[in-house]
Write a protein that binds this ligand. Structure first.
Ligand code: SAH
Length: 346
């Protein structure tokens, strides 16, 4: 009977060290192999030249090294790059490189498809769903870092978990990936340059606070009125605004980090004065920033971007209440790489 070999990159450093001790070797061997797997992105055990042949064979007998494969790379006229990433089981996710004058940001996926059902988001329509493993998240970042060096002559500077999926529904793996991204044996990036974006899972936001995480939090709010939010983000009936706000208060008390809200204003849905007033009321408990994101149409015109008059009203009322507000234009629309457009179309 053929034994199914384990993915060695699913092991933590500690587990690798224990593995070697169990096999009569030194724990330190685990550190060496760990460095090959993460910092040096080795694709085979053969590459691990400072490990004895015999040990490499033993690893080969026990494990496989899975890596993602960038199947297709599309470049937008504005410099944005979208990668279609094939996983070891042939499923595909997407990640995006977003360049600005001073930074390169990687927008990475945390799930194949999504656990949630936002009605304006293309990813929510994908049927298939599984969580990404830590190595699959890490590899997306490495691929974008390489592309940033190649096409923009600088390393990756920031990471946002705003690709496919709900990161807080795959919390453990997202945390493990961030651990490797920030560790010196991985990419050594500062956690302050990483933003995890959530539709708002109260229990997990509290857990993040308890776990004392160092990365930043963004919340896709879109409405501060329960009925409206439930109509566009149906899971809001399970996690209503009251619970979300309580969790965010807990998060702020623990971290003292400003909270960023992502917010699209749609015609006839959330473009009235009462909508802005509810938003002000919702976020005034802590220093807040509202990113007004441009809507990227995904289909039939059910949702339409609000008028610039409505956006101006949001900006002036928020500013009058000392809430920082930015109006963000989407990048990479010509290659379906903008917010909410990731759906494995090509
Ligand atoms: N599930 C997480 C991570 C996805 S981030 C979250 O919801 O935060 C993707 C961001 O794009 C979210 O803020 C989401 O609300 C927004 N978005 C989804 N569809 C969009 C669309 N069609 N146009 C603009 N933004 C969209």
């Amino acid at each position: 009977m053929e034994v199914k070999k384990k993915d060695i990159r699913a092991l933590t450093k500690e587990q690798l060290r224990e593995f070697f001790v169990k096999h009569g070797d030194k724990a330190f061997r685990g550190n060496q192999v760990y460095e090959w797997l993460w910092q040096k992105s080795a694709y085979s055990f053969e590459d691990m030249t400072n490990i004895s042949l015999e040990t490499r064979q033993m690893l080969e007998d026990n494990f496989v090294i899975n890596h993602i494969k960038v199947d297709q790379m599309q470049r937008s006229s504005d410099g944005t790059i979208k990668n279609a990433v094939r996983l070891h089981d042939d499923l595909v996710v997407e990640s995006v490189l977003i360049p600005t004058a001073s930074r390169t940001t990687a927008c990475v996926s945390s799930q194949v498809g999504c656990s949630l059902d936002c009605r304006f988001c293309a990813t929510a329509r994908l049927k298939r769903m599984r969580n990404l493993n830590p190595d699959e998240i890490y590899d997306q970042v490495v691929a974008i870092d390489n592309e940033s060096r190649l096409y923009h002559n600088r390393p990756l500077s920031n990471i946002v978990f705003m690709g496919m999926g709900e990161p807080l529904m795959n919390y453990n793996n997202v945390l493990k990936a961030i651990d490797k991204i920030t560790s010196p044996e991985g990419l050594g990036m500062s956690p302050k340059r990483i933003v995890v974006s959530t539709s708002g899972v109260p229990k997990m936001i509290k857990k993040m606070a308890d776990d004392n995480v160092k990365f930043k939090l963004a919340v896709s709010l879109h409405s501060a009125i329960d009925d409206i939010r439930t109509s566009i983000m149906p899971f809001n009936s399970t996690f209503p605004l009251h619970d979300l706000r309580e969790a965010l208060q807990y998060w702020y008390a623990a971290t003292k980090n400003r909270i960023t809200y992502e917010y699209v204003v749609w015609d006839g849905i959330n473009d009235k004065r009462k909508d802005v007033e509810a938003l002000v009321e919702f976020c005034k408990f802590a220093p807040s920033k509202v990113n007004l994101i441009e809507y990227n149409p995904i289909d039939d015109g059910e949702f339409q971007q609000a008028t610039s008059k409505a956006i101006d009203m949001y900006v002036s009322i928020l500013e009058a209440n000392n809430i920082t507000v930015t109006v963000r234009r989407s990048r990479g629309k010509d290659i379906d790489a903008a917010c909410g457009q990731l759906a494995n179309k090509s």
